[in-house]
Design a protein around this ligand. Sequence first.
Ligand code: GLA
Length: 382
Amino acid sequence: MTNRAADLFARCFGHAPQWIVAAPGRVNLIGEHTDYNDGFVLPMAIERYTVMAAGPNTSGMVTLHSLTTGETATFSVRGGVKRGEPAWSNYVRGVIAGFYQGGKKAVGFDAVIDSTLPYGGGVASSAALEVATATLLEAMSGRVLDPLEKALLCQRAEHEFAGVPCGIMDQFTSILARKDEALLLDCRSRTTTPVPMTDPTVSIMIINTNVRHRLAEGEYAKRRQQCEAAARALKVPALRDTTLAALEAAQGEMEPVVFRRARHVISENGRTLEAAQAIQASDWPAMGRLMYASHASLRDDYEVSCPEMDAVVDIVQSIGENGGVIGCRMTGGGFGGCAVSLVQADAVPSITRAVDGPYEKRTGKQATIFSSRPGGGARILK
Ligand code: GLA
């Protein structure tokens, strides 16, 4: 990817790039829609990246070529960066605006953006673009951001420029992930516990339903508001601070839908902590049960799955332990995107075949399937 980005940059701008940076996407093993409730998540970076190759200019303009969409974005950095078209450029614009806040002088640059992450596929393609941008600005300016400050800068870009009130999981993972480890992240204290994933007999499969998710369309924000309503009814700062027993005792004080949203979050926090232990103990049957329970809760209580996603999880679950499957669930924000499955490594080819045909038969769509080891976080390559 480094060579491809460098070649492309040279073709577009007539000289070699001065900087090349990469930021990975992520897959969340478990702990979905818990991050903005101050809860726990268990993601890992995947070996799929957004790469930016860039060079300086003196025009006070930023020019971005996206290989993914074939579009070019051009905007001025003089007098403050604003939202604008094309929509994906807002991830870059938002990070630039935040990085130079407080009077530091923004400078123009030219860049090409290449990515092996499916766009809108629930594997944090937007966080990868934000983190790649922040990493590029670090390389350009020589200023090194504290990792948490960097994650918050990227999250703010998503809130203010892309209009999605996301949690911290995606940006944090793209920055702090380490090879061969998942990350148990406490989203309140923002501390992490590494969970080694070195068992060579277990593989992580990512199955893209190829249903594009659109978190900006309001459902994500609505879930967040319902969680806040539940916390208010329970008189706790966040759903992290309560139990299923307390929720049940207060059931009469909230709308049924708010109750179900809270039940998902509270139970998912418990499952995430148990999952970290199951992985550490190589207790794969327990991990599988937790993944299926997480999926059912997201489907029925949180209502963020979709028929195609349920079809994938169903098909994988029916292949079963004898076919090499450990567990499967939707991953990411939902409403489409990818499922994550833990499987016996030697069964990857047979599981791929056993998903492809039935998925197409049931949904009329084609799945895209790939495997990944836990990869490292964002870095400057040149
Ligand atoms: C999106 C958000 C994350 C998180 C997940 C759901 O990926 O960006 O912050 O809330 O959805 O777990």
